[in-house]
Design a protein around this ligand. Structure first.
Ligand code: FES
Length: 80
């Protein structure tokens, strides 16, 4: 069984399906197995929640990782 994965990238998040993205009004976007959408991390996108590459214009990049930012949570790295 597949599971949704939210992958942190230097600028955006990649949400990899199968997954369902739900907005504040309850609208749903179904993401098929193996497909992905890029979600904005920088806050500058004109098409939120999606990334529109505005992060390049503002120079946003972050290399923060789970082990540095999550307190009290176990972060694991899957075996290759
Ligand atoms: S992360 Fe790409 S526009 Fe915000």
């Amino acid at each position: 069984m597949s599971e949704a994965r939210l992958r942190v990238r230097p600028a955006s998040y990649a949400l990899v399906g199968p997954a369902v993205l739900v907005d504040l009004d309850g609208h749903e976007l179904r993401i098929a197995d193996g497909q992905s959408v890029a979600l904005c991390r920088c806050g500058q996108s004109a098409t939120k929640p999606f990334c529109d590459s505005s992060h390049k214009r503002v120079g946003f990049s972050s290399s923060a990782c789970l082990l540095e930012t999550v307190e009290g949570k176990a972060a694991t790295k899957p075996e290759a």
